[in-house]
Ligand binder design. Structure first.
Ligand code: ATP
Ligand code: MG
Length: 157
């Protein structure tokens, strides 16, 4: 990882800009909500990839006119990122598989099924965790937690 000091708000705003053409096409609302100052030590490009993977999933699996919220804050030296959608959700019996390489709930949907497995690896490389809560027919929220120092301590130990 190329850890460097970064303003996480910039990473969010860059990712949002890249994903907006997709959400606009489906007339989805994309909201952001974050603390005024989020200083972290992360690999900027990798974290941008994480956000783009999750935001593009949120758009892809949410019907037209739905809503997507990306929220971020720091609590006790941990950076939290939540990406929430009002989409189709993930069936309960499929939930344990979604981080598996090539897995797709419905394999007629365009994609390779690699996004979430890469996302999980990148979060773990930062010493973090990713989890989700999903209600079929209502929506899904992915929650990432990473140390604000990007897991620097893990690397030294
Ligand atoms: P790729 O990301 O490689 O283009 P993909 O989006 O299908 O393909 P993943 O991002 O790994 O693959 O997601 C795996 C599966 O998990 C998806 O195919 C979908 O069934 C389910 N999934 C992921 N995110 C969501 C979401 N926000 N809402 C509903 N289902 C989701
Ligand atoms: Mg994907």
């Amino acid at each position: 990882l190329g850890l460097e000091k970064a303003n996480f708000i910039e990473i969010i705003n860059d990712s949002v800009q890249l994903i907006e053409p997709l959400t606009k096409k489906k007339n989805q609302k994309l909201f952001t909500q974050f603390d005024s100052d989020i200083e972290v030590c992360v690999d900027k490009q990798r974290m941008q990839q994480v956000l783009i993977n999750l935001l593009s999933n949120a758009s892809k699996f949410t019907p037209p006119d739905g809503e997507i919220l990306i929220k971020s804050y720091i609590e006790r030296d941990q950076l939290f990122i939540e990406i929430k959608d009002t989409g189709i959700g993930i069936p309960k019996d499929k939930q344990k598989h979604i981080f598996t390489k090539f897995y797709q709930v419905n394999n007629v949907v365009p994609g390779t099924g690699l996004g979430l497995s890469i996302t999980k690896q990148l979060v773990e490389l930062h010493g973090g965790t990713i989890r989700f809560e999903s209600e079929p027919g209502k929506g899904t929220v992915f929650i990432i937690q990473i140390p604000t120092d990007g897991g620097l301590e893990n690397e030294i130990d």
